[in-house]
Design a protein around this ligand. Structure first.
Ligand SMILES: NC(=O)c1ccc[n+]([C@@H]2O[C@H](COP(=O)([O-])OP(=O)(O)OC[C@H]3O[C@@H](n4cnc5c(N)ncnc54)[C@H](OP(=O)(O)O)[C@@H]3O)[C@@H](O)[C@H]2O)c1
Length: 317
């Protein structure tokens, strides 16, 4: 709990900046619910999995490797099932989709939580800038691949970030998805987080007329492994600021967990949440034409990705 949290009030949901994932689920019994969480071995995903399992949900936890997922699942009480899902490897994502389908799991919620941030040097996966590929394209494949498994009132929660405001003015650089021109660590992280937000918006539009929902969240600013690529000095300052202004991990996991399971969010779709309450993203995050275009471009990109056998071979670094 930071000092800042003491001065921040609660919002209309009854929760706010200082609420933890345990607090937002305090009155809930999630027995019989199945929830998939990506990035279950670290930070917010690990805490979300722990709390959801504690409340009785069966949690399908994904990590880059089965071994990482197993270790994370074993560390949590309750019912968990580990899956491998390396988001920058299409064959791994497809295998994860197939394994979840084979298991016959009906998903009450899917939390697309995994992510990487602010890579100092441009890296590529399959010709696409790596943050965009991992954070957006990998999750695009996973979520769209699992739509048949989503329950009638299933909820999709995309981890975006307030850093979506750092995306280029043009929004998504459709003509330069490799980041060949003017790569910046934060600009391209911002682009990937804007993509997560636009994906939630377009998915919500496609869910219209059903009980399914799709939303995006900003979890707050929390010191986790996500900052591993920050330069030493910035990381040091981040560490110093922690007790003053940053959220703790239990607080950081609250918004994604709230949107995934709380009855107060059951009928909200196409929204952007922060501190467990609806918030306002930057203007073009509400542009339906941009969201539709991103969906169509992502779909055609995914259609052109290699199938299992040659997936690793064609990976560009
Ligand atoms: N922490 C913050 O201040 C903050 C602020 C705004 C938004 N967010 C968002 O919140 C989400 C969770 O972040 P966090 O703070 O909990 O970070 P974290 O502790 O670094 O956890 C990120 C998770 O994503 C996984 N991951 C990374 N690359 C992957 C890949 N290629 N395939 C599969 N999994 C991959 C990591 O696995 P490994 O451990 O194996 O790398 C880890 O499990 C992210 O989407 C992030 O953008 C965080």
């Amino acid at each position: 709990m930071s000092i800042y949290a003491l001065f921040k009030g609660k919002g209309p949901s009854g929760f706010g900046y200082g609420s933890t994932a345990e607090e937002v689920t305090e009155a809930l019994l999630l027995t019989g619910k199945t929830i998939l969480v990506t990035g279950c071995n670290s930070g917010l995903g690990q805490e979300a999995m722990r709390v959801l399992a504690k409340r009785g949900a069966r949690v399908l936890g994904t990590a880059r490797t089965l071994e990482k997922a197993k270790t994370a699942c074993d560390a949590v009480g309750g019912q968990t099932v580990p899956f491998a899902c390396e988001l920058s490897d299409p064959s791994s994502v497809r295998a994860c989709v197939a394994a979840v389908k084979r298991g016959g799991y009906r998903l009450d919620a899917l939390i697309a939580n995994a992510g990487i941030m602010a890579l100092p040097k441009r890296q590529l996966a399959h010709g696409i800038e790596l943050q965009l590929f991992t954070n957006h394209i990998g999750h695009f494949m996973l979520v769209t691949g699992l739509l048949d498994q989503l329950a009638d009132a299933g909820r999709v929660v995309m981890l975006s970030s307030a850093a979506h405001t750092m995306a280029p003015k043009a929004g998504i650089l459709f003509d330069d998805l490799a980041g060949d021109h003017g790569y910046t660590a934060w600009g391209h992280y911002g682009q990937s987080k804007l993509a997560n937000l636009l994906f939630a918006k377009e998915l919500a539009r496609r869910f219209a007329g059903t009980r399914r929902t799709a939303n995006a969240v900003h979890p707050g600013v929390i010191r986790t492994n996500l900052s591993r690529h920050m330069p030493g000095f910035a990381s040091f300052v981040f560490g110093l600021a922690g007790p003053l202004v940053l959220k703790s991990v239990p607080q950081g996991a609250a918004t994604e967990v709230y949107v995934a399971v709380h009855p107060g969010a059951a009928t909200t779709s196409g929204a952007y949440f922060a501190d467990c309450n609806p918030a306002t993203p930057r203007a073009d995050a509400d542009d339906p034409a941009l969201a539709k275009r991103l969906w169509e471009v992502s779909e055609s990109l995914v259609a052109g990705l290699p199938l299992a056998a040659d997936s690793q071979a064609s990976r560009v670094r």
